[in-house]
Design a protein around this ligand. Sequence first.
Ligand SMILES: Cc1cc2nc3c(=O)[nH]c(=O)nc-3n(C[C@H](O)[C@H](O)[C@H](O)COP(=O)(O)OP(=O)(O)OC[C@H]3O[C@@H](n4cnc5c(N)ncnc54)[C@H](O)[C@@H]3O)c2cc1C
Length: 488
Amino acid sequence: MFEEIRRGRKQRKLDRQAGEEGTRRIASWIHVYRGDAEARIPHDEAKLCADMAKGCYSCVGKSHSYNGVQIVPGINAMMMEEGGLDRMDYDPATGIATVGASVTVERFKRFLIKHDRRLINSGNYMKQTVVGALATGTHGFGDRGVMADAVTALTFLDDSGKRVRLTRADPDFAYVALSFGTIAPIVELELETAPVEAFISTSHINRLSKLRELQQGTIASNWVVLPYSNPDDPVMMLATLSPCQTTARVEKVREGGGFLAPIARWIIKRYQKLDRFLPALRRPLQRLLDRLDLVQRDQIQTDPYDLDYLYDPKPGLASERAPDILRGCFSTTYTGYNLAFFVPLEKGPAVVKFIMREADGLRDLGFFLKGVISVRELPGTSDLVFAANHDGPVAAIDLFADPRDYAWLERLQRMVLQYEPETRPHFGKSALIPGFRNSLGENNLDRLMAIHRKHYPNGKLMFSERVRAFLQTGKPLPGEAVADAKLA
Ligand SMILES: Cc1cc2nc3c(=O)[nH]c(=O)nc-3n(C[C@H](O)[C@H](O)[C@H](O)COP(=O)(O)OP(=O)(O)OC[C@H]3O[C@@H](n4cnc5c(N)ncnc54)[C@H](O)[C@@H]3O)c2cc1C
């Protein structure tokens, strides 16, 4: 608790510096990665070009990636979200909207709603920049789950500050539209949008073995399991969406649990809060819920104008309902490190069971997964070469742990990668390790680097140490400690 208050204080201090130029600390979400850089604010494109001419630079969106992909210490950091590149346009004739690099997902969604439009898909948090989110392959679930799949054209500045616009017809487009900071700054994106729409959102408490049966007739699924329930058939909470017109309405279901059922449901509803207060009880509590064998089903029709209907089907924003202090202290978003990766869709349940067994085996070393293991299903395929679902449908697996335990999550990621070589990285949440080069394709990575060199021949655009190691572009840039120790 004290750690969280201290972290909150540090974050508020960083937030107060927003808009200031000069040496500033830049930290990833949850602060596992950090570094000092020379902040530059792109008030407009001319200022951005002038700053680019001043030396080596990198681009930072809202700095919400967990894995430090946005942090390059010691050079000029273009703080894109704090700048003035906030163009937002919508063309009703084509359904295409244009968005600038300083605009956040929330602001853009609020703009689109005024035109009765929505993003085709989205992640569960909206404070990030649209450009930063798309650059790292941010996804939701269901149809066209990777947000960058909606990009129809993009405009970036090359080394000399000249605008380059690529459309889907350009052979380099499929590499650049999701390129995790290697082509930057992207100043504008043009995106397909969809009309606002209501869905039937159904939530279940059941067993993982019932997943495929419960998904019949649905178009999008997000399921989570309790990591310390039965690894042979874990307790699962499933949320699905289905079309309003064709979905038969069903009654609420409440089964199982005997006389303890009301208590079990009370616990599940407040699971994140109890988990936070009573981490030592995490496993026994989950085992108890497992034994009670609850079955539950609820249905709700979403409001077409609800911005976060994918994750919170009740009208209004979940983030606006609970007082901030409670959210801050209890939800894994604010207290947990999140590591994620993608596995082929049909392997999702097996990989989750594998992670459960491995994590349970590490208990005696003091490691516990936090909250739930979350799986969002991305059933389609994307033309974008570095999209999670470029090679086929995938399950996006999210793991959470205490920030001090983030390295255990990396170990679990490595083990999954070892047994499932098709595992692909989330560029904002995975530990970016060279082991991912195979699943992304050496040729694809070489091609991206060739495009990078074509537009940035002077080598002033820098990416983080992790991306440099991952792309095998020579030695990583020396971090501050390395430089201070004269190791570099
Ligand atoms: C609470 C929370 C919830 C999240 N939920 C989800 C989720 O539901 N689904 C999901 O997939 N992800 C999720 N994420 C991950 C998040 O969406 C991504 O990490 C995203 O990158 C954050 O965007 P940003 O603006 O903070 O970018 P940053 O983290 O600042 O930067 C990310 C990358 O984009 C590059 N970049 C930034 N701006 C530009 C630019 N103008 N031009 C070119 N490159 C640029 C940076 O160099 C860096 O490589 C979540 C993260 C948090 C903190």
